[in-house]
Design a binder for this molecule. Sequence first.
Ligand code: NG1
Length: 445
Amino acid sequence: MSMNELLTSAIDTIYGAESAAQQTRYQQAIERFRSHFGDSEHLRIIRAPGRVNLIGEHTDYNHGYVMPAALDKDVVILARSRADGIVNMHNVEASFAPIQFPVAEQVPIGPVGDWGNYVRGVVQIFSQYMQKLPPGMDLLVVSEPPYGVPRGAGLSSSTAFTVATAMTVCSLAQWTVEPEEFIRLCSDSEWYVGTRGGIMDQFASVFGELGHALFLDCRPTTAGYYRYQSLPLPHEANLLVVDSGVHHENARGEFNQRVAACRAGVGLLRKMHPTVTHLRDVQGIPWQQLEGLLPESVTVRDLQQQGLELGEIPGLDETTALRVRACCRHVWTENQRVIHAVDALESGDIVGLGHLLTAAHRSARDDYSISCPELEVLIQSAQQVEGVFGARLTGAGWGGCIIALVPPHAIATFQQNVQDFYFAKTGRTANVFPCRAGSGASVMI
Ligand code: NG1
């Protein structure tokens, strides 16, 4: 088969009903690669999707439960090897400056916020793991709207980019890495950039399945594997995503503070329960027996004075007050909600699932404090639409998106009312789109 025939068949398999528009997108991308790098000999094309999280927020780095679904929006990379060991990366969007650096086992990090840091992270982490260097490469990144993953929207655009880059590096270097190790290395590559996140996003991006959500237990077994299960999304209701268009600048620092609050919780609980290493370990203990062991608020300095170290967390200040009790309560109750959500999906209980989403939102807002005024306006407007089963913020928080479980007859009203209400209250435009759960990352050709 020719390159074009292979690509056409891969696009049909991955995108199904959307494949005609995607054929055009990919052909245009190949044209751009040619005009940028001269020709398209030996071209590889790799894609990785973003994700929504149905439920299970900020539980992954506590070894808890999550339920994401891969999106049908993705990052595409066109790539080929270079003989000179240089990574030469361009983006079709002019706002991203080109990146160039030599492959190495220690790649110096660029300025904060530089998109090239994700690529540097991948090259460093995978080279160290393989104990050899990949070839240099010419790369073209394509993630424009409407098919790309919206950025800063809590839909894991950075993970999609990281996974696509890592798959590209492995493909060009002809490295075989076991999927779960691959996921861990992708997560480490994002740690290189500075966020102390878990493995949910990478898992969804790699293992996503068309029309399915993924229930994942983020606690690895002793052999380093994870327990997960694909669950068909309901037919009786549609999952709609509403992008607030807002992304708060302090999100990274706030995120790391929540990680710190959870680690503080572990340290304090360990005094009574010495085997605890993650909040997941106290899931079997009634919350009432735990909360008395956890202070409402404690500073990093207070913890240090008690001999409690939180490990390396970028940007943490000694005077930062951590809301330990409320954060741990969110994680504890959220894990339970995920388990109940699995039951609800399996038994077709859409009403029950809707209630769980709404309860998860309350906990994220009140206990984990990750909402913001714009998201609250969206949640309020979603809840006012008759027939809506439930709604919650999705992703890390402080902006980004909400999801809502909406019956088919209410979709048009939902879109209209939510957009009107949001505009009236904030002067901003909300982007509403259906979550069509897509396939996981792949090498297309
Ligand atoms: P987003 O929404 O993509 O920033 C982050 C973490 C996840 C998880 C969620 C909260 C990364 C790459 N992603 O996701 O692991 O902790 O927040 O549930 O750190």
